[in-house]
Design a binder for this molecule. Sequence first.
Ligand SMILES: NC(=O)C1=CN([C@@H]2O[C@H](COP(=O)(O)OP(=O)(O)OC[C@H]3O[C@@H](n4cnc5c(N)ncnc54)[C@H](O)[C@@H]3O)[C@@H](O)[C@H]2O)C=CC1
Ligand SMILES: O=C(O)C1=N[C@H](C(=O)O)C[C@H](O)C1
Length: 248
Amino acid sequence: MTLRVAVIGAKGRIGSEAVRAVEAAPDLELVAALGRDSELGELTKAGAEVVVELTHPDSVMRNLEFCTANGIHTVVGTTGWTPERIELLEGWLAAAPGTGTLIAPNFSIGAVLTMQFAQQAAKYFESVEVVELHHNRKADAPSGTATRTAQLIAAARDAAGLPRQSDPTTHGLPGARGADVDGVPVHAVRLRGLLAHQEVLFGDTGESLTIRHDSLHHSCFMPGILLGVRRVVQTPGLTFGLENFLDL
Ligand SMILES: NC(=O)C1=CN([C@@H]2O[C@H](COP(=O)(O)OP(=O)(O)OC[C@H]3O[C@@H](n4cnc5c(N)ncnc54)[C@H](O)[C@@H]3O)[C@@H](O)[C@H]2O)C=CC1
Ligand SMILES: O=C(O)C1=N[C@H](C(=O)O)C[C@H](O)C1
């Protein structure tokens, strides 16, 4: 039995790679590939069971509302998530029992491990900052991965009873210390020629630890997307993070 899969954002940087990956998978069938001018009705007409959503923060909610209302499972790579958006999505899923959504801030195994290692290190260091570096066409900043990394670090620090970091800066330009994500400074670099990179910098007396990950090609996201497609159909409700489908 093959799973009937559609991709929305099929002409984009990651979407075009996802189309090829689904086409090459023997247990999956690509039944639709939607671009900006497509009708969402194509998904139901094609009998899609799973949609891979790789578009834009301005488009993702409409697409997910349609899919969920039609009982189509979704694997979402699009970023720009806020607590309000997640709450809305959870409401749609509650009204569609049996339907599953995976939101993965990052589909690459190295990035997922970076987040896990950072979470593990968080309670041992007084200082921590996140630097993410991406191509210069990216719509959101900081990246979904960096935001999630900072949130996980902050939660680990809180659980260990560490205080919020104090910022000694009293002089300078606004923005120079990055965005504050739950007390963790996050810096976003945008540079032509890059794809997706992240450094998590930890510091304490006499030592520092840097965890760095580099995505060099969009192919690194494909095993995670395919795993998400295969697992989301067995996992009703919202799953946040690919780590939930990995044996880490
Ligand atoms: N979770 C992950 O591992 C990854 C997530 N991403 C995220 O995926 C999203 C897309 O990234 P890129 O491919 O680099 O962007 P892109 O701009 O190259 O591709 C997005 C595509 O979606 C299309 N699109 C926009 N609105 C649409 C709609 N309503 N219906 C159908 N198509 C629509 C655009 O025309 C474009 O072709 C971003 O949010 C990015 O952050 C990107 C790489 C990895
Ligand atoms: O826009 C991208 O390219 C990427 N977006 C995701 C993010 O915001 O974290 C994942 C990866 O960094 C590539």
